[in-house]
Ligand binder design. Structure first.
Ligand SMILES: Cc1cc2nc3c(=O)[nH]c(=O)nc-3n(C[C@H](O)[C@H](O)[C@H](O)COP(=O)(O)O)c2cc1C
Length: 162
Protein backbone atom coordinates (compact mmCIF):
# COMPACT_ATOMS: atom_id res chain seq x y z
CA UNK A 1 0.00 0.00 0.00
CA UNK A 2 1.24 3.47 -0.86
CA UNK A 3 0.93 6.32 1.66
CA UNK A 4 1.67 9.97 0.85
CA UNK A 5 2.81 12.62 3.31
CA UNK A 6 2.14 16.13 1.98
CA UNK A 7 3.93 18.98 3.72
CA UNK A 8 4.78 22.65 3.50
CA UNK A 9 8.15 23.80 4.84
CA UNK A 10 10.33 26.86 4.45
CA UNK A 11 13.22 26.22 6.87
CA UNK A 12 13.08 22.41 6.87
CA UNK A 13 11.72 21.62 10.34
CA UNK A 14 8.48 20.26 8.88
CA UNK A 15 10.20 18.44 6.02
CA UNK A 16 12.52 16.71 8.52
CA UNK A 17 9.53 15.57 10.57
CA UNK A 18 7.75 14.40 7.42
CA UNK A 19 10.71 12.14 6.64
CA UNK A 20 10.61 10.75 10.19
CA UNK A 21 6.92 9.87 9.66
CA UNK A 22 7.88 8.09 6.43
CA UNK A 23 10.60 6.15 8.29
CA UNK A 24 8.00 4.95 10.79
CA UNK A 25 5.50 4.05 8.07
CA UNK A 26 8.09 1.98 6.21
CA UNK A 27 8.43 -0.31 9.24
CA UNK A 28 4.96 -1.68 8.48
CA UNK A 29 4.87 -4.68 6.15
CA UNK A 30 3.58 -3.90 2.68
CA UNK A 31 3.73 -0.11 3.10
CA UNK A 32 5.59 2.16 0.70
CA UNK A 33 5.54 5.75 1.98
CA UNK A 34 6.86 8.97 0.46
CA UNK A 35 6.83 12.60 1.57
CA UNK A 36 6.40 15.47 -0.86
CA UNK A 37 6.65 19.23 -0.46
CA UNK A 38 3.36 20.60 -1.79
CA UNK A 39 5.29 22.31 -4.61
CA UNK A 40 7.01 19.08 -5.72
CA UNK A 41 4.43 16.29 -5.67
CA UNK A 42 4.83 13.03 -7.59
CA UNK A 43 1.25 12.99 -8.89
CA UNK A 44 1.38 9.34 -9.91
CA UNK A 45 2.46 8.16 -6.46
CA UNK A 46 0.04 10.47 -4.67
CA UNK A 47 -2.91 9.42 -6.81
CA UNK A 48 -2.09 5.74 -6.25
CA UNK A 49 -1.88 6.24 -2.47
CA UNK A 50 -4.53 4.92 -0.13
CA UNK A 51 -3.84 7.08 2.92
CA UNK A 52 -2.57 10.64 3.36
CA UNK A 53 -0.92 12.72 6.07
CA UNK A 54 -0.69 16.52 5.93
CA UNK A 55 1.92 18.60 7.76
CA UNK A 56 2.55 22.31 8.07
CA UNK A 57 4.56 24.85 10.04
CA UNK A 58 2.39 26.92 12.39
CA UNK A 59 2.07 30.44 11.03
CA UNK A 60 0.16 32.90 13.21
CA UNK A 61 -1.59 30.04 14.95
CA UNK A 62 -2.72 28.27 11.78
CA UNK A 63 -1.52 26.40 8.70
CA UNK A 64 0.60 28.32 6.20
CA UNK A 65 -1.33 30.11 3.46
CA UNK A 66 0.35 27.78 0.98
CA UNK A 67 -0.89 24.65 2.80
CA UNK A 68 -4.40 26.06 3.11
CA UNK A 69 -4.41 26.97 -0.56
CA UNK A 70 -3.14 23.49 -1.42
CA UNK A 71 -5.94 21.92 0.60
CA UNK A 72 -8.65 24.07 -0.96
CA UNK A 73 -7.43 24.17 -4.53
CA UNK A 74 -5.30 21.14 -5.34
CA UNK A 75 -5.61 18.31 -2.81
CA UNK A 76 -9.00 16.98 -3.89
CA UNK A 77 -7.64 15.80 -7.23
CA UNK A 78 -5.82 12.98 -5.41
CA UNK A 79 -9.16 11.35 -4.57
CA UNK A 80 -9.05 11.76 -0.80
CA UNK A 81 -12.66 10.85 0.01
CA UNK A 82 -13.04 7.66 2.02
CA UNK A 83 -9.32 7.37 2.74
CA UNK A 84 -7.50 7.60 6.06
CA UNK A 85 -6.05 11.05 6.80
CA UNK A 86 -3.75 12.43 9.44
CA UNK A 87 -2.20 15.77 10.39
CA UNK A 88 0.96 17.09 12.03
CA UNK A 89 2.55 20.46 12.68
CA UNK A 90 5.72 22.17 13.81
CA UNK A 91 5.87 25.32 15.89
CA UNK A 92 8.45 27.59 17.54
CA UNK A 93 6.72 28.10 20.87
CA UNK A 94 5.24 25.55 23.26
CA UNK A 95 1.93 27.45 23.20
CA UNK A 96 2.34 28.54 19.58
CA UNK A 97 -0.95 27.16 18.25
CA UNK A 98 -0.05 23.81 16.65
CA UNK A 99 -3.21 22.12 17.96
CA UNK A 100 -5.40 24.74 16.32
CA UNK A 101 -3.29 24.43 13.19
CA UNK A 102 -3.80 20.68 12.98
CA UNK A 103 -7.51 20.90 13.70
CA UNK A 104 -7.96 23.49 10.94
CA UNK A 105 -6.46 21.02 8.48
CA UNK A 106 -8.48 18.13 9.92
CA UNK A 107 -11.70 20.12 9.51
CA UNK A 108 -11.01 20.49 5.81
CA UNK A 109 -10.13 16.82 5.45
CA UNK A 110 -13.43 15.89 7.11
CA UNK A 111 -15.25 18.08 4.61
CA UNK A 112 -13.49 16.14 1.85
CA UNK A 113 -14.89 12.91 3.31
CA UNK A 114 -11.66 11.55 4.80
CA UNK A 115 -11.47 9.34 7.89
CA UNK A 116 -9.19 11.12 10.36
CA UNK A 117 -6.83 9.16 12.60
CA UNK A 118 -4.24 10.11 15.21
CA UNK A 119 -4.22 7.11 17.52
CA UNK A 120 -5.36 9.44 20.30
CA UNK A 121 -5.07 7.85 23.73
CA UNK A 122 -5.66 4.34 22.43
CA UNK A 123 -2.00 3.54 21.83
CA UNK A 124 -0.63 4.50 25.23
CA UNK A 125 2.59 6.43 25.64
CA UNK A 126 3.46 8.58 23.83
CA UNK A 127 -0.14 9.83 23.69
CA UNK A 128 -0.70 11.79 20.47
CA UNK A 129 -3.99 13.63 20.66
CA UNK A 130 -4.53 15.31 17.31
CA UNK A 131 -1.22 14.61 15.59
CA UNK A 132 2.46 14.90 16.47
CA UNK A 133 3.93 18.36 17.10
CA UNK A 134 7.58 19.40 16.89
CA UNK A 135 8.63 22.43 18.92
CA UNK A 136 11.68 24.17 17.48
CA UNK A 137 14.59 24.25 18.02
CA UNK A 138 14.72 20.81 19.68
CA UNK A 139 14.15 18.88 16.48
CA UNK A 140 16.18 15.81 17.45
CA UNK A 141 14.13 15.33 20.62
CA UNK A 142 10.96 14.91 18.54
CA UNK A 143 12.14 12.55 15.81
CA UNK A 144 11.15 9.33 17.55
CA UNK A 145 7.67 10.69 18.29
CA UNK A 146 7.13 11.26 14.59
CA UNK A 147 8.49 7.82 13.71
CA UNK A 148 6.08 6.23 16.20
CA UNK A 149 3.18 8.24 14.78
CA UNK A 150 4.11 7.14 11.27
CA UNK A 151 4.14 3.49 12.27
CA UNK A 152 0.81 3.76 14.11
CA UNK A 153 -0.83 5.58 11.21
CA UNK A 154 0.41 3.07 8.65
CA UNK A 155 -0.79 0.11 10.73
CA UNK A 156 -4.24 1.68 10.92
CA UNK A 157 -4.22 2.44 7.20
CA UNK A 158 -3.47 -1.22 6.47
CA UNK A 159 -6.17 -2.33 8.92
CA UNK A 160 -8.94 -0.19 7.39
CA UNK A 161 -7.95 -0.91 3.80
CA UNK A 162 -8.16 -4.72 4.09
C1 LIG B 1 5.43 33.99 9.25
C2 LIG B 1 5.68 33.04 10.41
C3 LIG B 1 4.72 32.88 11.38
C4 LIG B 1 4.94 31.99 12.46
N1 LIG B 1 3.97 31.85 13.40
C5 LIG B 1 4.20 31.01 14.45
C6 LIG B 1 3.19 30.82 15.45
O1 LIG B 1 2.10 31.37 15.40
N2 LIG B 1 3.47 29.99 16.49
C7 LIG B 1 4.69 29.35 16.60
O2 LIG B 1 4.89 28.62 17.58
N3 LIG B 1 5.63 29.46 15.63
C8 LIG B 1 5.41 30.27 14.56
N4 LIG B 1 6.36 30.39 13.58
C9 LIG B 1 7.54 29.51 13.62
C10 LIG B 1 7.36 28.28 12.73
O3 LIG B 1 6.10 27.67 12.92
C11 LIG B 1 8.41 27.20 13.07
O4 LIG B 1 9.70 27.75 13.02
C12 LIG B 1 8.28 26.04 12.09
O5 LIG B 1 8.91 24.90 12.63
C13 LIG B 1 8.91 26.35 10.75
O6 LIG B 1 8.73 25.24 9.90
P1 LIG B 1 9.65 24.98 8.63
O7 LIG B 1 11.09 24.94 9.13
O8 LIG B 1 9.24 23.66 8.12
O9 LIG B 1 9.44 26.09 7.66
C14 LIG B 1 6.16 31.27 12.53
C15 LIG B 1 7.14 31.45 11.52
C16 LIG B 1 6.90 32.31 10.48
C17 LIG B 1 7.96 32.48 9.40
Amino acid sequence: MKITVFYDSRTNNTSTMAECIVEGMMKVDGVEAKAFHIDAIDDEFATASEAYVFGTPTYAGGPTAEMYSFLLNRAAKYGLAGHLGGVFATQQYIHGGADVTMLRMAETLLVFGMMIYSGGGSQGSPVIHFGPVEVSPNMDAFKDLFRIYGERFAKQAVAVTK
